[in-house]
Each structure stands twice: as structure tokens, then as C-alpha cells.
Write a protein that binds this ligand. Structure first.
Ligand code: BEZ
Length: 253
């Protein structure tokens, strides 16, 4: 996983769309009372709380201590733990596993999927949504193009997310024992808050791209990337990011 600093306050204030949009995928999960459900990459716990409202026993895990601290403070009645998604220590414990906007951050997908499979009871289901093939392509291209224009192309990193095609991901799930029921790749244009919404997004989510650059170089790329994107993605005072989601439902039979 790239090293990203997650600021839970900023995330709640500026990036709340992540859990707002995530509410839709909960329909695929359809949690039932008294089910044991693991939320992988639970962030500040908002979707875990919605799952708990249906009567399920939710257990939220996230690699970020800051996110888990906020989740515990916001929802003290729920269980949260700092756990690396590639090292899930559970064996046949959960009726379902849920995950939103997390898998694209994970480098070791084999370890992730093996851990998910192990953690589920037989008959359990996995419902996950994350960035799919082509996700935020225009943002990635704008960063690369800005870096090239500033002669910094060799220092910028743009390939640290995992945005798989349907076939790539369903093959991986099947190779690890899952039976895939549904997989859906779809465009989901995503509104970003405020006039500086794209800058703030790049600053938070693409920080790994600039890890080899000094602050001035990074700043010049971010600003130029925003100006490249502006004519196409800033309309009527609102930024839109070109999100593409991969949503899957799979079973451990
Ligand atoms: C996403 O949810 O698709 C996403 C979020 C941050 C960075 C890249 C992708």
C-alpha cells in the first residue's frame, strides 16, 4: 500500500462523498439482523454504522490509526480495530465481508483475497466496490502531462493504484476459491466540494505521486494539473472527478 497520511477530520469534512456514494453498494450487501459482518477499510466508520443499524454485528478494520480513532470516537458502541487488509487474522468468522473504496489502494491483492476467503464462513458473501479500469484516468493523465511539461516526468509516480478490469478481478477471486455472482464496471462522475475541490483531491488522494519531488516541484505540478483539468471538469462552480467503479458480489460456497 502506498504511504498515505489520512487526516480523519479533513476526510469527514471534504471527502464525505466516499461514504455518501458507498451507501448505494450496501444494497448489494443487504445486511440481516445478527449477521457477523467485517468492514474492510472502514475509514471513519459511517458505513459500518449504517450496517449496524440493520441489526448486524459489525467489525470495522482499517490500516489507519487516525481513521480508527475517529470511528471509535464517533461510534463508541461499535467495534473497530487497526488491521492491515493484507494480514487479516480471521478464520471462518464472518457471514459477510463488505468493503468500499479500499481495494484499489492495496498492492498485494493475492494476500488480500486469500485473507478475505479465509475470514468468511462457508456460505458467506463478499460485497466490495472500488476503483475499476479507467478510474480517474483524466486526473492521472493531467498529473503526468503537467510533470512532462515541467520536465519532471521521471520523478512523478502515477501507477500506484490498482484499478482492475472485470476479467482481472473475477479471475483473481475465482483462483482463490470464490464464486462470483455479479461484477459491474460503471461510470460514477463524482462531485468534489468547493472551487479548490480538484486541488484538495489531488493533495489528499494522489500524494504518493509526489513522493520523489520537493514541495515546490510538487506544488507546480498540482497547480498545472488543475489548470489542465479545469476546462473539462469544472462547470457551473463545481468540480467533477471521472470515477469508474468496480462493484462485485462473490460467495464462499
Ligand atoms: C476511488 O475511490 O476511486 C479513489 C479514491 C482515491 C484515489 C483514487 C481512487
Amino acid at each position: 500500500m502506498p504511504e498515505i497520511h489520512w487526516d480523519a477530520n479533513l476526510y469527514n469534512k471534504q471527502h464525505h462523498f466516499v461514504s455518501d456514494y458507498g451507501a448505494d453498494v450496501l444494497q448489494w450487501l443487504a445486511p440481516k439482523p445478527s449477521e457477523d459482518i467485517l468492514d474492510v477499510g472502514c475509514g471513519t466508520g459511517d458505513l459500518a454504522a449504517q450496517i449496524a443499524e440493520k441489526g448486524a454485528n459489525i467489525f470495522g478494520v482499517d490500516a489507519s490509526t487516525d481513521m480508527i480513532a475517529t470511528a471509535r470516537k464517533t461510534y463508541p458502541e461499535l467495534a473497530f480495530e487497526v488491521v492491515d487488509a493484507t494480514k487479516l487474522p480471521y478464520r471462518q468468522l464472518f457471514d459477510a465481508i463488505f468493503s468500499n473504496a479500499t481495494f484499489h489502494w492495496i498492492e498485494n491483492q493475492e494476500a488480500l483475497v486469500e485473507g478475505l476467503f479465509r475470514s468468511l464462513k462457508t456460505g458467506g458473501r463478499l460485497v466490495a466496490e472500488f476503483g475499476g479500469k479507467g478510474n480517474v484516468k483524466s486526473i492521472i493523465d493531467a498529473i503526468a502531462s503537467a510533470a512532462a511539461q515541467l520536465n519532471l516526468a521521471d520523478k512523478v509516480v502515477t501507477n500506484f493504484w490498482f484499478f482492475p478490469a472485470i476479467s482481472t478481478y473475477t479471475s483473481l477471486l475465482e483462483a482463490k476459491g470464490f464464486e462470483v455472482e455479479q461484477a459491474w464496471l460503471f461510470d460514477r462522475p463524482t462531485k468534489l466540494n468547493g472551487e479548490d475541490g480538484m486541488y484538495v483531491w489531488i493533495n489528499q488522494f494522489a500524494q504518493h505521486a509526489f513522493k520523489n519531488l520537493n514541495p515546490e516541484e510538487a506544488e507546480s505540478i498540482k497547480k498545472l494539473a488543475v489548470s489542465i483539468l479545469k476546462p473539462h471538469y469544472y462547470n457551473n462552480g463545481e468540480w467533477t472527478a471521472d470515477y469508474k467503479r468496480l462493484r462485485i458480489k462473490a460467495w464462499k460456497r
